[in-house]
Design a protein around this ligand. Structure first.
Ligand code: GLC
Ligand code: CA
Length: 539
């Protein structure tokens, strides 16, 4: 791994994902808004994060809650106006918080002007901005399925052709082979880059290009409610040609100073580190960061995480930078994935400590810092189109998108009216106000650890070396030329006494059990159940 003497802002940052509908509602219509985010910037600044990534806030008919954009230059009225956005940018900047937007350009909404235009006639100048086909005797051109149910091809009666949609029929896929389309997307990006946004998270970046010959996907077998998962997605995603597109977008973005492109490389469990890493090019010429979901899909345990992390680091190209993530708006929350009961909070701290001390940029999902659990969403409260489609086999993504739990006020202080998704009833216990007061809370654990990270270059950009130990606790060094930290994470509910030869003297700088300031000789110590201990080597 090459050493970076100077680090870009996004390498040393902690990035916080906001799902705007559910963060904070200022105008009391039950839906979070941009003014709400601005109102909570002090909270975020106090938490210590460096950047926010906003799930889409553009104009949208909301079939997929903003991931179906009908105008890339407008803010959807439910979130506010452009002036609310520019104010948010300004106020964020005043607190040294960067702003990353979500860019959904595998597809648009079916009511986007481009698609409306494309479907007027086969001769429309924008016809080729989408993917059309005659089909075969009334049947779709191939066997591709939509990730959100049904066939990936929708018949368009007016022009008597099928169009492709990898997700909902209301999300027609763009044709990235068309140079005019590529230019149009860059123009939309430029609009926001000129306004001062610090970068984009590229939605399903591995779906952009489809097989030119539209070959059938091979079938696989398995147990899943989604027919989509019973295909090997050789031809409708992960095409090698995607990389050239990403490089083009990178070149374009590099014309602006200090901007970030982070890609969602969507893969089903167990994840695919090599695929994610391939979107980083040579580490300098493609995405700056790519999500690898292996850790997000990981079962709880030191071995499992260690393997996922090692696999990810090994897959990374020279000169690239990892990022790490445990939760997002599409998956069950990490707090719930790792079990309930009295061990849940200690486990959340073990994972927080891992996320914030691994090598690479950590991404937090709103609410993770207070240990928010998945909501309980009954059939009638369902909003997610995917949940509606597959209920009850798959209950959809709403449960990871419930309103942020701010306080013990009605509706968790999120809004004064009934929110768009029910608040998790545990909000009376689990909320920001309460955890702010409690020195042992998950929130204060995050705050203190983020603050520590800021003062320790080894944690921000040091090398990572696994410490082999006989008790399968996860342990590693983070080291720079002149400092070395050791992180010990006992994932287990049993106490452990690791045996590792290490002659040095270590000072405890952070942890759940050992008193900071304590000096230890080597690693001759005892780890309490779920203990976190971060040590610094004394000279
Ligand atoms: C991504 C988004 C998800 C969205 C889908 C289609 O996976 O994270 O929320 O539904 O793309 O845009
Ligand atoms: Ca609102």
């Amino acid at each position: 791994m090459a050493r970076h003497d100077n680090h870009a802002w996004w390498q040393t940052s902690v990035i916080y994902q906001i799902y705007p509908r559910s963060f904070y509602d200022v105008n009391n219509d039950g839906i979070g808004d941009l003014q709400g985010i601005a109102a909570q910037l002090d909270y975020l600044s106090d938490l210590g994060i460096d950047a926010i990534w906003l799930s889409p806030v553009y104009q949208s008919p909301m079939y997929d809650f903003g991931y179906d954009i009908s105008d890339y230059r407008r803010i959807d009225p439910v979130f506010g106006e452009l002036s609310d956005f520019t104010r948010l940018l300004k106020e964020a900047r005043a607190r040294h918080i960067r702003v990353i937007m979500d860019l959904v350009v595998n597809h648009t909404s079916h009511v986007h002007a481009w698609f409306k235009d494309a479907r007027t006639s086969r001769d429309s100048p924008r016809r080729d901005w989408y993917i059309w086909h005659d089909g075969h005797h009334g049947n779709p051109p191939n066997n591709w399925k939509a990730a959100f149910g049904g066939n990936a091809w929708e018949w368009d009666e007016a022009t008597r052709q099928f169009y492709l949609h990898s997700f909902l029929p209301q999300q027609p896929d763009l044709n990235w082979r068309n140079a005019n389309l590529r230019q149009a997307v860059k123009d939309e990006m430029q609009y926001w880059l000129d306004l001062g946004v610090d970068g984009f998270r590229l939605d399903v970046v591995n779906f952009f290009i489809k097989d030119q010959r539209l070959r059938n996907n091979p079938l696989t077998i398995g147990h899943t409610p989604r027919p989509y998962d019973l295909q090997k997605h050789l031809y409708d995603r992960n095409r090698p040609e995607n990389l050239a597109i990403i490089k083009e977008l990178r070149q374009f973005t590099d014309r602006f100073t200090d901007r970030l492109l982070i890609g969602e490389v969507y893969t089903p469990p167990p994840g695919d580190a090599a695929l994610s890493a391939s979107y980083l090019g040579n580490g300098r010429d493609a995405l700056h960061l790519a999500f690898d979901f292996s850790m997000l899909y990981c079962r709880y345990g030191a071995r499992a995480f260690r393997d996922a992390v090692e696999c990810w680091y090994t897959a990374l190209p020279e000169d690239s930078w990892p990022c790490n993530v445990l939760s997002n708006h599409d998956q069950p929350r990490s707090f719930s994935r790792y079990g309930s009961g009295s061990g849940a909070a200690p486990r959340a701290k073990v994972l927080a400590a891992m996320l914030l001390t691994l090598r690479g940029t950590p991404f937090l999902y709103y609410g993770e810092e207070i240990g928010m659990a998945d909501g309980k969403i009954g059939k009638r409260a369902l909003q997610d189109p995917v949940g509606k489609k597959y209920w009850p086999l798959y209950k959809g993504r709403d449960r990871a998108r419930t309103p942020m739990q701010w306080s013990t006020q009605p509706h968790a202080g999120f809004s004064r009216v009934k929110p768009w998704l029910p608040v998790n009833p545990d909000y009376t216990d689990v909320n920001v106000a309460r955890q702010t007061e409690d020195p042992d809370s998950i929130l204060n654990f995050y705050k203190n650890l983020i603050a520590l990270r800021r003062t320790k270059p080894a944690l921000q950009h040091g090398d990572w070396t696994y410490i082999n130990n006989d008790v399968a606790a996860m342990a590693y060094y983070r080291s720079t030329d002149d400092s070395c930290m050791a992180v010990w994470l006992n994932f287990s509910r049993r106490a452990k006494t690791p045996v590792v030869l290490n002659p040095h003297r270590w000072e405890v700088v952070f942890g759940t059990h050992k008193q900071p300031g304590t000096v230890l000789q080597g690693f001759d110590f005892h780890l309490a159940p779920y203990e976190v201990a971060i040590l610094e080597q004394l000279k």
